[in-house]
Design a protein around this ligand. Structure first.
Ligand code: SAM
Length: 234
């Protein structure tokens, strides 16, 4: 168990960061379920979404929303609860909290306040894609979501031109084809992996050159969730 000189020995509760499935509800650890059963409160990115998971495992807990738009306001109240001895879990809609998801502001404040923080490991889409992709995994650079506007995205690609290892991106299905075209225009014809709907019924993995990935018939469907890996220039 992690120790930290700043951690209080008082009766403060614990903050748990609980990884949840990225598609298949069975991909949750026994320890994650145990923690969710034991905590006093579950702070969820989307309470309705997380209730599906909690109900599936017959876990009945008070929930509270914690998303990008209210995390700053919520943090103080949640710290008070932790200081008062309550145990709190953070649960994302999918995968590991803080990874392109809310939680960083709250965790930073909890650490600064000396509250014990424990992460319960589990699914994370970027790791799943790296493991499946067949491109070198070490080192890699995780970029998360690039900005939605084309010009800003192209600037990011330009700045990544000289990076000599695997780049990992999250992208929405609405922008994925534009994203690939812009990557091809700026980075050239590199190896790419499109990891679509991982762990779900329609999981599909494309491995090949960017020049093929920009063709509309490269995948069976362009719907759903995507992780994109782009390899170093040959
Ligand atoms: N916290 C999550 C994690 O640990 O991976 C990521 C949350 S981020 C808001 C959501 C993005 O993750 C999606 O837009 C997609 O890029 C990626 N993602 C999540 N689940 C996925 C899946 N089953 N298949 C492919 N990509 C997925």
């Amino acid at each position: 168990m992690a120790t930290d000189a700043a951690v209080k020995t008082s009766n403060a509760g614990k903050l748990y960061l609980v990884a949840s499935p990225i598609g298949n509800l069975q991909d949750i650890s026994l320890r994650a379920l145990e923690v969710l059963r034991q905590v006093d409160l579950v702070a969820c990115e989307d309470t309705r979404h997380s209730l599906k998971l909690l109900n599936h495992y017959e876990i009945s807990k008070p929930t509270l929303s914690l998303h990008d738009h209210n995390e700053r306001q919520r943090t103080e109240g949640l710290l008070e609860k932790l200081n008062g001895g309550k145990n709190i879990a953070i649960l994302s809609d999918a995968g590991t909290p803080l990874i392109s998801d809310p939680g960083y502001i709250f965790v930073r404040a909890a650490v600064a306040a000396g509250i014990p923080v424990e992460a319960i490991p589990g699914p994370c889409a970027l790791v799943q894609a790296l493991v499946l992709g067949g491109l070198p995994v070490s080192p890699f650079t995780f970029m998360g979501f690039l900005p939605p506007k084309s010009a800003a995205r192209r600037r990011h690609f330009e700045s990544l031109k000289e990076v000599g290892h695997t780049l990992v991106f999250y992208e929405s299905c609405h922008r994925i084809q534009k994203f690939l075209q812009e990557a091809f225009d700026t980075l050239g014809d590199r190896p790419v992996v499109l990891a679509r709907e991982m762990t779900k019924k329609f999981e599909e993995i494309f491995r090949g050159p960017l020049s093929r990935a920009i063709q509309p018939d490269c995948l069976r469907s362009w719907k759903g969730e995507f992780v994109v890996l782009i390899g170093a220039a040959g």
